[in-house]
Design a protein around this ligand. Structure first.
Ligand code: C2E
Ligand code: MG
Ligand code: MG
Length: 720
């Protein structure tokens, strides 16, 4: 898919064996050509020597015939002229008994009368006194030649012919038409005059390539033509050539079969590698690398104003993994990837960036489209989870960056980062969240990252201070019965920073555990001193981050510190946020049981802020429920609000759970809560969180506090 580069490498790899194969084939062909040339030369030599052999044979026969004529002529020598008159008759009788050669006699050789071609040699007979009596010569020489030429070694396969020096045929080993010989007369004449010994242009043998050798017969200015069919000898090396050819074919076939198999394997491997490189192994959708490439490609030519990049995170996913298990976490991720796939349009795409973070590019017509899409995602996910009979604890949070034309040269990483910033900005708000990137978000991120770097070593530098907000028992004359330990960061650069600003950051990398333990130990140190001084025992509550309770040594650590500072049972309270409901009830309850054994009080903080369900009260074995500040914000329908609050308090009482109202700011709320049976109030209406020393002083000076609407003047030492 996106692997042009990789493919190029692959093609280059494949080219090497092909080049090797080509090299081998070229070597084979060169060898074959070399063999053919060598064989051709060998054949030519062979033809030439065969022609020489023929020349020798023909010449020997002619000489033999001449010898015979000479012997006969010698027999007649010394004859007188009277007897010589009987010679024609004697010779006639001799011819009758001779096979093949016919001897003729003539007193004179009159070439105008005798057929020159027919008498190819003659011998003089000398009579008495050496007087010439006449000539013996062979008649029908052509026939005679034919006869002995038929006995040539290549008689069956080739042709032999004798030509005179003008190119006229004297005799031939086969009886073809005179016209055929005439056709080649010029060619033969040319060969004779140009001293050309070989030719393959005579075309004397039908349907065959031939090779002709013309050599002087060394007799009578005659020439002997030998025509050989090439098939005879070529057959020898043709076998070799065909053999080599077949071997080339077979080896090529094998090579290509092997090559094809290799190619298939390599392409399959490449595909797998590309898949690995571009696919998210869990969700099987594209990975971030592939997403960036694809998004860059789309945005390069797109109208940026119709595109948005979103960044979606599953809230508290680490918690889901830790508590419900990785299998459940994976299932949720696959589920969400499937739903996102359904939402993706033609020019829209998405991927999983890491863990529970998804990022996507979305093409829209109106900006609302994206929000609707997010709503649909949440709804589809809810239905999906219901179909699995799962408790819906998963919430999504999506940050969006709408691209502008000026983002043309901005990298995709930066754009994704902006969407991520928008997502982070809203992440800590309760419930499913959808947020659009703006400058304020950017500033906050910069601020947070500065804070994050300053956090390093802040504990050692003792920059974290203990503040305590008093808890007042409204059923017992507003007596101060305890306090909640709240951390404040005295930052040298920024002054006092509230926990809401740095705790979420610390929770990201578990620094919060160090801080919680530090705050707990410092509180116990003070509490120990306070109690030792004989002061009135109070209840002291400390906050415990959800991250901390997952530590195996959680109970042991808190138990050991409590023991170390000899804090009596029933005075220390640990506040858990209601996110613990994501935990399996039984896991949390066994934790609470162990804490109870160690003498701790356990409370559920921020009840009603996020995930609350009334069921929770029934299932968790906690001692105190702290109604969230949200309950006491002025609502539009105060009557309904109060019905809810009083029923929760009532239900808690029935379950023997104490109810504490948090964030109460108005005296009238105090009155209502008192009548509703609420035990304790922690709110500005009585006191703001104050430094530890102030709290101690307050305890020494005051037993009870009066509620005041103008909460700022409760204590001079409280925060503004
Ligand atoms: P929380 O545990 O629910 O603490 C109560 C918060 O409500 C405190 O905010 C307190 O100042 C605020 N509050 C109390 N009464 C009123 C009121 O009448 N009006 C308004 N507007 N606010 C009121 P704070 O101190 O900013 O702490 C915020 C949260 O930070 C705490 O909520 C707690 O969850 C967390 N936190 C504070 N200290 C620690 C700590 O040492 N460890 C951990 N893990 N969390 C801490
Ligand atoms: Mg608290
Ligand atoms: Mg609270």
């Amino acid at each position: 898919m996106h692997a042009k580069d990789e493919n190029r490498v692959g093609k280059f790899d494949m080219a090497i064996p092909v080049l090797l194969w080509l090299f081998l084939i070229i070597c084979c062909i060169i060898f074959l050509i070399y063999r053919i040339q060598k064989n051709t030369k060998e054949n030519n030599d062979y033809y030439y020597s065969a022609a020489k052999q023929n020349q020798f044979t023909v010449k020997s026969k002619i000489e033999g015939d001449i010898q015979l004529l000479k012997v006969i002529a010698a027999g007649f020598s010394g004859m007188d002229s009277d007897h010589a008159r009987q010679l024609p008759e004697i010779i006639g009788r001799m011819n009758l008994s001779m096979k093949g050669m016919k001897i003729k006699y003539s007193e004179k050789l009159d070439w105008s009368r005798l057929d020159r071609e027919a008498s190819y040699f003659d011998v003089l007979i000398r009579g008495k006194n050496n007087q010439p009596l006449g000539y013996l010569y062979t008649g029908d020489a052509e026939n005679l030649m034919n006869q002995f030429m038929n006995t040539q070694t290549l008689a069956g396969a080739g042709i032999c012919a004798v030509f005179d020096n003008r190119g006229s045929l004297v005799a031939a080993s086969d009886d073809r038409d005179a016209a055929d010989w005439n056709n080649i007369r010029n060619e033969i004449y040319n060969m004779i005059t140009s001293n050309q010994k070989t030719s393959s242009k005579l075309n004397l043998i039908e349907n065959e390539r031939e090779f002709a050798v013309l050599i002087p017969l060394e007799y009578n200015d005659w020439y002997l033509l030998n025509v050989f069919p090439e098939s005879g000898l070529k057959g020898r090396y043709m076998e070799t050539a065909v053999g080599i050819g077949i071997m080339i074919l077979i080896s090529s076939g094998l090579f290509f079969a092997f090559f094809y198999k290799q190619y298939r394997t390599i392409t399959a491997n490449q595909k797998t590698l590309v898949n690995i490189a571009y696919t998210d192994s869990l969700t099987r959708s594209r990975n971030f690398h592939a997403f960036k490439k694809e998004a860059e490609r789309i945005l390069r030519t797109a109208d940026l104003k119709s595109y948005a990049v979103w960044y979606c995170d599953i809230k508290k996913f680490k918690f889901i993994n830790d508590v419900l298990g990785y299998e459940e976490g994976d299932r949720i991720l696959i589920e969400i990837a499937g739903l996102l796939q359904k939402c993706s349009g033609q020019n829209s795409l998405f991927c999983r960036v890491s863990a529970d973070n998804f990022v996507g590019l979305y093409q829209y017509e109106s900006r609302m489209e994206l929000k609707n899409c997010f709503q649909k995602l949440i709804e589809d996910f809810r239905l999906k989870e219901l179909s699995y009979n799962k408790r819906i604890a998963t919430e999504l949070c999506m940050g969006v960056y709408f691209l502008e034309e000026e983002d043309r040269n901005v990298s995709i990483d930066t754009i994704v980062n902006r969407a991520n910033i928008a997502q982070k900005y809203i992440k800590n708000l309760p419930g499913n969240q959808f947020g659009i990137y703006n400058k304020e978000m950017w500033d906050k991120v910069v601020d947070e990252s500065e804070m994050e770097s300053e956090m390093e070593g802040a504990i050692e530098r003792q920059e974290f201070r203990i503040f305590i907000q008093p808890k007042v028992s409204i059923q017992m004359n507003n007596e101060i019965v305890g306090g909640e330990v709240l951390v404040r960061w005295e930052n040298p650069r920024k002054g006092t920073i509230l926990p809401g600003q740095f705790i979420p950051i610390m929770e990201r990398d578990e620094k919060i555990i160090m801080l919680d333990r530090y705050m707990f130990e410092r509180s116990c140190q003070w509490f120990h001193r306070y109690l030792k001084s004989g002061s009135k025992p109070i209840n002291l509550a400390v906050n415990v981050s959800k991250v901390g309770i997952l530590r195996d040594d959680f109970v042991d650590y808190y138990g050991s510190i409590k023991e170390k500072y000899e804090i009596p049972d029933g005075l220390l309270e640990l506040e858990f946020t209601e996110t613990v409901m994501l935990t399996d009830d039984s896991v949390f309850n066994s934790l609470v049981a162990r804490l109870h054994e160690k003498g701790f009080i356990c409370s559920l903080d921020d009840f009603g802020a996020g995930y609350s369900s009334l069921n929770l009260l029934k299932n968790l074995s906690i001692d105190i429920v702290k109604l969230d500040i949200m309950f006491f914000r002025k609502s539009s329908d105060i009557r309904r609000e109060r019905i809810v609050i009083s029923n929760i308090i009532h239900m808690a009482k029935e379950l023997h759970i104490k109810a504490i109202a948090e964030g109460v700011e108005f005296t009238e709320t105090v009155d209502f809560l008192k009548s509703a049976g609420c035990d304790i109030i922690q709110g500005y209406v009585f006191a703001r969180p104050m430094p530890l020393e102030d709290f101690e002083r307050l305890l020494g000076e005051t037993v009870s506090l009066a509620p005041k609407d103008d909460n700022k003047v409760v204590n001079i030492c409280t925060e503004k």
